[in-house]
Design a protein around this ligand. Structure first.
Ligand code: SF4
Length: 362
């Protein structure tokens, strides 16, 4: 499956590294390679565009300049700093790992593959990225960009997730690794995939390694990598209640082991079959708080995407009983009455965050 002979390898490496030094994007964690910074940028970069990550990263480092600061921060601050990146378990794992680093490693990130893999939220890819980019140690790595580049260079005609293909990609990453400068080599491959060998319309005419590319030679670039079967989008409809007492709004905090655990929301949930949103909101608020609300009046409906789900969230102003008792929480670990301004201080799943912003704009 390999596309290059041993004698051509250093020529290939030189071309790619020269391209990288001339074209790499200026990213904040590239100014000074600090393992803590590399770790945070890699977790943030999972399924998020690099330019967007840079903003989040700068805010994060300003708020949590060290592992110690992450370990000691209230969870609310961690989730708020992560708000909008999704996959909140990643943020919680960062804090758990930071606490372990303080307890066991004196606040340092260990330079050992085995030790990194034992930490919450750090898998083989992140461990390899921390070792190679953070510590400049010779660890090969494969992300979606590198997989695509390899699949085209070697003209791989099988789906990349297939077991034997995966093994072949790992071998390629190991054999091609430029051991004298793994930090820049791994970044060069990823950056090249992000900027030149892009998923759609790769810039083959400007490609520095085009003479080595089998897919280019065989005119199969448009079919590489072999596309995965597309997963269907699943529609979910939800309803939630905006409950107001004077100038205070009711919000509750989701249970830890729940999807979006630890985030805040207006009470509500999924519609049952044949149920209308205004019926669902009354039922859901009762199930979650034991409050019998009445007269739901539509506020706004918002749509957002979560993995392969398209979630439509209908919100309603709801009337509380004249003398409401304390809520009995069945789907939350905490609840608060907060002002409109204070609403903005809490972290929410995307749909509820949109509603908060709409309320604040009104
Ligand atoms: Fe990618 Fe095109 Fe370069 Fe091949 S020639 S590596 S497809 S950019």
């Amino acid at each position: 499956m390999n596309f290059i002979c041993a004698t051509q390898q250093s020529n290939f490496q030189d071309l790619l590294l020269t391209w990288f030094h001339a074209h790499m994007r200026s990213l904040p964690w590239r100014e000074e390679y600090i393992p803590y910074h590399v770790w945070i940028s890699e977790i943030m970069g999972q399924q998020t565009q690099m330019e967007r990550v840079a903003d989040y990263f700068l805010r994060w480092i300003a708020r949590f300049p060290s592992v110690a600061a992450v370990a000691a921060a209230p969870e609310l601050d961690i989730l708020k700093a992560w708000e909008g990146l999704g996959y909140y378990s990643r943020a919680r794992n960062i804090q758990k790992t930071a606490q372990l680093l303080m307890e066991v490693y004196n606040g340092d990130v260990p330079a050992s593959h085995k030790e990194l893999l034992s930490l919450p939220g750090i898998g083989p890819y992140t461990a390899a990225a921390i070792l190679s980019i953070g510590f400049n140690l010779p660890w090969p790595l494969l992300d979606a960009n590198v997989e695509r580049v390899f699949s085209r260079l070697a003209d791989i005609d099988q789906p990349l997730k297939q077991k034997d293909t995966r093994k072949a990609l790992e071998n390629m990453a190991t054999e091609l690794l430029y051991r004298r400068d793994p930090r820049n080599w791994n970044q060069a491959l990823m950056e090249f995939g992000a900027l030149v060998c892009t998923p759609k319309n790769p810039h083959c005419a400007q490609c520095p390694v085009q003479p080595f590319c089998l897919a280019n030679k065989r005119d199969t670039v448009d079919w590489r990598p072999v596309p995965r079967e597309k997963k269907k989008i699943i529609d979910i409809t939800m309803a939630c209640g905006i409950l107001r007492r004077g100038n205070l709004f009711f919000i509750q905090q989701r249970l830890d082991d729940d999807i979006w655990g630890g985030l805040w929301e207006f009470p509500g949930g999924r519609l049952l079959e044949n149920e209308l949103p205004e019926q669902a909101v009354i039922r859901e608020v009762a199930e979650e708080t034991e409050w019998q609300v009445t007269n739901p009046v539509p506020f706004r409906s918002v749509v957002h995407y979560y993995t392969r789900y398209r979630v439509t969230l209908h919100s309603f102003w709801c009337q509380l009983p004249p003398t409401p008792v304390q809520p009995v929480l069945h789907a939350a670990k905490d609840a608060n009455w907060v002002t409109l301004e204070e609403l903005g201080e809490y972290p929410y799943p995307a749909g509820h965050r949109n509603l908060v912003q709409l309320l604040q704009r009104q």
